[in-house]
Design a protein around this ligand. Structure first.
Ligand code: HEM
Length: 508
């Protein structure tokens, strides 16, 4: 009996010590809603699984611009204001430049060689330098101008076909943009039209890449409850890894084909695959050559990073323009004033199209495709704005909330491209204006900004110059459903359907 009582007393003392130390640790963490045992704040957030950026923004309104959430066992700090983002990227960029790795990305393929999921360190630096210098610098981008023009011309051809076949219901606008973006990356990487009906292997790659993005974008219980990891209860890891492997098989074939061509000295323009095959180390750190696994991973990542982000931005831009007819008229007048009827929109002309470029910025402010950036992770503990951020914490930067902050933006919910044309708010994409960071900021910011800054206005300008657009099914602008759905990117929940009317046909 005495032993039992002593045991209970010891247990109570241990529990009290644990509770006090947890309370102390929590006290130094940024504030947040009170968590439940085991599930943390998951129940409070479950209602809004399709729009977590919105519920996180609401919670930040109550708890502050640096806030702790417990997603199951995952400690997460959410940054929700321009000031807090400045503190993060200006003063703690290196400490917070790690990546949180989700279950869907784990497996025998997927992590080795990755740039997006690499932890901040020598391997990441090597890939990043290569990407910045060989893929997205002005020289290589200029050399690939023709490829972009060809992919956009092909998209216009598909839109023309859809216009001829339209019965008044309208056509899925996002699909044209997705095909263009996918085809563009296929051409930058392999000089191949993956969507050419003659390319069976291209269609296979397209299918598996799409499925990978679909599964990787689903919320996964195994990320939040480590005890469930072995079971993979929603089969997300197994499914994602299956499709990644299938896509790698196809990419591996393209790689072998290219190596044969190189041995046979087949003459062709240099693409990204050649850059990766010719890599001989950068003399600073990292490998001297890339293995075929690393090449497959890099190739695949360019598709996952580049297609959904581009598609989402362009679909939202069209939706906002159709809902705001004045802005639509203004951008078309600018385009048709600068570029004659029957001529093509070309990259050289983009400088003369400031309103078009502002339409893209305003779209990215309201609808950043990655509303939390790509999740960061604290590599080291640090003190930020007086709060303790423990090592391994996941950091989400709510750029969606920052872009709509009424303290920073006048009429934040309104679509007003003009705001980017006057000096005060003429923010660029470089990540120095912390109220507008759709591409991130600091070390981990998107390396493809120079590519995106050309492709987005080129593609949007082309469909607006060559076609007039009306909503499908006789819908009125005020009736449009503008709800958002979170997958791998923030997409329009109800795909936009609109009718393209060739410009000349509309005006004769
Ligand atoms: C609308 C277009 C795009 C947007 C808004 C966008 C946005 C972003 C964002 C927010 C990040 C993460 C930044 C961070 O975690 O701090 C990122 C990373 C990345 N993006 Fe983009 N992106 C776009 C297009 C592209 C394209 C076209 C490519 C490639 C062809 C690309 C390749 C990458 C890569 C490789 C990373 C990982 C960088 C790293 O972890 O160091 N992105 N992008």
């Amino acid at each position: 009996m005495e032993y039992e009582i002593a045991g209970i007393v010891v247990a109570l003392l241990l529990w009290a010590a644990w509770a006090v130390s947890t309370e102390r640790r929590h006290r130094r963490l940024p504030p947040g809603p009170r968590p439940w045992p085991v599930v943390g704040n998951m129940l409070q957030l479950a209602r809004s699984a399709s729009a977590p950026h919105q519920s996180f923004a609401e919670l930040a309104g109550k708890h502050g611009a640096v806030m702790t959430l417990w997603l199951g066992s995952m400690t997460t700090v959410v940054v929700s204001s321009a000031e807090a983002a400045r503190a993060m990227f200006k003063h703690h960029d290196a400490a917070l430049a790690g990546r949180k790795i989700y279950e869907s990305m784990k497996g025998d393929v997927g992590n080795e060689g990755s740039l997006i999921t690499a932890q901040y360190g020598p391997h990441w630096r090597t890939l990043r330098r290569l990407c910045t210098a060989e893929f997205f610098a002005a020289g290589p981008l200029d050399a690939m101008r023709g490829v972009r023009a060809r992919c956009v011309a092909q998209m216009l051809h598909y839109v023309r076909e859809a216009a001829a076949a339209d019965d008044g219901a309208g056509t899925d606008v996002g699909r044209f943009f997705f095909l263009m973006a996918f085809n563009l990356i296929g051409n930058l990487m392999f000089s191949k039209d993956l969507l050419d009906p003659a390319s069976e292997r291209g269609a296979e790659f397209f299918y598996h890449a799409g499925k990978t993005m679909e599964f990787a974008g689903k919320p996964n219980m195994a990320d939040y409850f480590p005890a469930l990891r072995w079971a993979d209860p929603q089969r997300i890891r197994r499914r994602t890894q299956f499709h990644v492997k299938q896509a790698f098989n196809v990419a591996g074939e393209f790689l072998r084909e290219r190596m044969r061509e190189r041995e046979e000295d087949v003459e062709k323009k240099k693409d990204y695959l050649d850059v990766l095959l010719e890599y001989k180390g950068d003399g600073v750190e990292g490998p001297a050559v890339f293995s075929s696994t690393i090449i497959n991973v890099i190739v695949f990542e360019m598709f996952t990073a580049g297609t959904d982000t581009t598609t989402s931005t362009l679909e939202w831009a069209m939706a906002e323009l159709l809902r705001n007819p004045d802005a639509l008229r203004k951008v078309q007048a600018e385009l048709r004033g600068v570029i004659g009827a029957g001529e093509k929109v070309e990259e050289e002309k983009l400088e003369e199209l400031p309103y078009l470029k502002s339409v893209i910025k305003e779209t990215l402010r309201l609808h950043p495709p990655l509303p939390f950036l790509v999740p960061h992770k604290a590599m080291e503990s640090c003190e930020m704005l007086g709060f303790h951020i423990p090592k391994e914490t996941q950091i989400l930067v709510n750029v969606w909330a920052i872009g709509r902050d009424p303290k920073r933006w006048k009429d934040p919910q309104e679509f007003k491209p003009e705001r980017f044309m006057d000096g005060d708010t003429a923010a660029d994409y470089k990540g120095h204006h912390f109220e507008f960071i759709p591409f991130g900021s600091g070390r981990r910011m998107c390396p493809a900004v120079p590519l995106a800054a050309r492709v987005l206005p080129l593609a949007l300008g082309s469909v607006l110059h060559s076609f007039d657009w009306v909503l499908g099914g006789g819908m009125k602008a005020a009736e449009m459903d503008m709800r958002e759905r979170m997958g791998i990117t923030l997409r329009k929940a109800v795909p936009l359907r609109a009718i393209p009317i060739p410009y000349h046909q509309a005006h004769f």
